[in-house]
Write a protein that binds this ligand. Structure first.
Ligand SMILES: Cc1cc2nc3c(=O)[nH]c(=O)nc-3n(C[C@H](O)[C@H](O)[C@H](O)COP(=O)(O)O)c2cc1C
Length: 225
């Protein structure tokens, strides 16, 4: 790896007072990343979040989803009950996630217990999805094999006819496998990249899954980079 490209992380880091619960920083960093993505070309899809689960044999699994829910109860996303991650969450109940914004020299890690998001919240998000995304959700048995691309497109076409874009039928219901998960966190870590790899890390831990803004629940510690 001699031709490896090296970037210096010129972040301002996490100095001075950090809050006694993680919520303030989670909220600020996500908001700042989303604001930055509107103007910076080097920051694309700031809501992309790596989500890790563990299968029944204890083997980790990780994939990218979109952060679609965020409040003091924890970060959340939508997915399908057909998916591998749903099976793994069902078997183990645990989940971890990372939001990484390399151009901002920032990342947040979350660990904790998986919780299904309340149906009315997930339904409200569904209602605002574009029609095409709704049709694709009906057509896909997520994480299951399909014989060909053609078969997948034919399924989408069938549902497009069942729930046409125009007209009275345009209200596409959410498919029965539509689901949202959030992480009820026991651990949240902020990483801020700094020059010469002497980065800042602040980790919050709670004995039980806790609200991110509950100052009594969290122990805060600075970790070596
Ligand atoms: C940028 C990006 C965003 C994605 N967003 C989602 C999402 O919000 N929900 C989802 O279920 N899959 C999403 N996916 C697809 C997942 O990465 C993954 O392929 C899928 O969820 C199946 O994973 P599983 O078989 O481990 O359950 C996204 C992929 C990428 C690259």
């Amino acid at each position: 790896m001699e031709d490896v490209q090296r970037y210096d992380y010129a972040g301002t880091g996490l100095e001075g007072e950090v809050p006694s619960a993680p919520w303030e920083l989670v909220d600020a960093w996500v908001s700042e990343a989303r604001a930055a993505a509107r103007t910076r070309e080097d920051l694309y899809e700031p809501s992309a979040m790596a989500v890790a689960t563990v299968d029944a044999e204890g083997v980790p699994n990780v994939r990218t989803v979109l952060l679609r829910f965020l409040d003091a109860r924890g970060p959340g996303y939508v997915s399908s009950r057909h998916s591998a991650k749903a099976a793994e969450i069902g078997a183990t109940g645990v989940m971890a996630a990372t939001l990484t914004w390399s151009p901002l020299f920032r990342a947040i890690r979350f660990r904790g217990r998986a919780q299904e998001i309340e149906p009315q919240i997930v339904q409200a998000y569904w209602d605002n999805r574009p029609w095409g995304s709704k049709i694709s959700a009906w057509a896909s048995q997520q994480s299951h094999p399909v014989a060909s691309r053609g078969e997948l497109e034919a399924a989408a076409e069938r549902f497009a006819q069942q729930y046409p874009e125009e007209g009275r039928e345009s209200a596409v219901p959410a498919p029965p496998d539509w689901v949202g998960y959030r992480i009820r966190c026991t651990e949240v870590e902020f990483w801020a990249g700094r020059p010469d790899r002497l980065h800042d890390r602040i980790r919050y831990r709670a004995a039980e899954p806790a609200l991110l803004d509950d100052a009594r629940a969290w122990e805060r510690v600075r970790l070596q980079p």
